[in-house]
Design a protein around this ligand. Structure first.
Ligand code: PLP
Length: 416
């Protein structure tokens, strides 16, 4: 590339770099930002393609399937998947994880009906639609959790067909957790035998913090005694990967039903995507190897403490707010459109939420609540000193190199 062309493109790169550092922390989206990925950043221009099944090496040597197996292995241990009957892969995110879980379910039970809570992520209904599976939405109770009585009634209506149930571990808006033990009781009551049921767990948001802090919860238990067939988590939420990705873990026997040999890749096609990024695998591996389980446990504990602080501050300010006991998501009465926009608050009807993922500090929350209170009193002024400090910081850096990874992971000053 010529120097002139590089000069021409630089402003766009600078603009992209600035987007990675919004003027305030976007507290409405669950992307943790506290893990430092800068040591793997120099590898980002290289080719890494984990094409095909991670357990089969294949002909493309520029892969990190060994690291993918390690990532799956660490998480499979956390979720207690049986050593002799486990398999997993890295996906592009929660949506692909749900599509894959339902694909495995349909392959096992082609005539199945899918049941999921009305609060389940929209990707669940989309996956059922893509796979041509009939889908039944089930009403919820208790701040977004499946109503198990309603589930039993709906399954009973279709009791001559196999039941595929999607449990959500951390609904997008309130972080409600469906209980797989209670789902099992509902299916037992209707008389659905074990070989005519499949339970997929969408644990994109809360799977990891829940297993770290409540390892025995039946919805994050993949052991023989549990009732979970597949489980998916997100990488770019709690694990802070700069690029969107996820992990799916299932039983080896479910994977075997869909796997096909492909001579041209010298491997096995067992995943939804053929070519798969090795860079997201590397990021997941880094998140899980640069920190140990107790470190991640502390991150989860701190996130919950920040959420508790958020509820306390909002309530003291007279603002309606609550959270589930296990959650780092705080549900609050929606503020003004200006506040929603400025703080990127995901909002549904009258309610917004704040997700206190690692990287969201009590200082950020205090600034948010102070602004909320000032706005109520018509006293709000944008935080000029913070803006000026930011500008000075950028000037110091002169933003010459603006490549991946996302700037918030490289030790920039806290935003807020
Ligand atoms: C519970 C849940 N499932 C699935 C998804 C989809 O994840 P992705 O956007 O990575 O496809 C999300 C994303 O917010 C989610 O909260």
């Amino acid at each position: 590339m010529s120097r002139d062309r590089a000069e021409q493109l630089k402003p766009t790169l600078k603009a992209v770099a600035a987007r990675m550092l919004p003027p305030v922390t976007p507290i409405g989206f669950p992307a943790a930002t506290d893990i430092d990925f800068s040591l793997i950043a120099p590898l980002s221009p290289g080719t890494l393609n984990n094409i095909g099944d991670p357990t089969v090496p294949g002909l493309e040597h520029r892969n990190v399937k060994d690291l993918e197996r390690e990532v799956v292995g660490i998480l499979a241990e956390w979720f207690q998947a049986p050593r002799q009957d486990r398999w997993g892969c890295v996906t592009t995110g929660g949506t692909e994880g749900n599509l894959y879980g339902l694909y495995l379910a349909r392959t096992a039970l082609p005539n199945g009906v899918v049941y999921f809570a009305e609060t389940a992520h929209y990707s669940v209904a989309k996956a059922a639609h893509l796979l041509g599976l009939p889908a039944v939405r089930v009403p919820t109770r208790n701040g977004g959790e499946l109503d198990y009585q309603e589930l039993a009634e709906r399954v009973n209506t279709h009791r001559h067909r196999p039941a595929i149930v999607v449990a959500t571990v951390g609904t997008t808006m309130t972080e409600a957790v469906d209980n797989v033990a209670a789902i099992k009781v509902s299916l037992d009551r209707v008389g659905i035998p074990d070989d005519r049921r499949y339970v997929h767990v969408d644990a994109a948001l809360t799977g990891i913090p829940l297993v770290l802090l409540h390892g025995t919860h039946p919805s994050v238990n993949l052991s023989e005694v549990g009732h979970v067939d597949s489980l998916t988590i997100s990488g770019h939420k709690f694990l802070a990967t700069p690029e969107p990705c996820g992990v799916l873990i299932t039983r080896r026997r479910h994977r075997d039903r869909v796997a096909r040999n492909v001579s041209y890749i010298g491997g096995v096609d067992a995943t939804i995507a053929g070519s798969r990024s090795g860079h997201t695998v590397l990021q997941l591996w880094w998140a899980l190897r640069s920190l140990d389980r107790p470190d991640h446990q502390r991150r989860a504990e701190r996130a919950r403490a920040v959420a508790a602080h958020t509820v306390r501050r909002l309530t003291e300010a007279g603002w309606a707010a609550w959270r589930h006991k296990h959650a780092f998501t705080v549900v609050m009465k929606a503020p003004s459109p200006a506040m929603i926009q400025r703080w990127a608050l995901a909002t549904h009807g009258e309610w917004s939420h704040i997700v206190c993922v690692p990287g969201v500090t009590t200082e950020v929350i205090d600034r948010f609540v102070d602004e909320l209170v000032a706005e109520q009193r018509n006293e709000y002024q944008p935080a000029a000193p913070a803006r000026a400090a930011r500008r000075r910081w950028w000037q110091r850096q002169r933003v010459e190199h603006v490549g991946w990874p996302a700037a918030p992971h490289t030790g920039l000053p806290p935003v807020g």
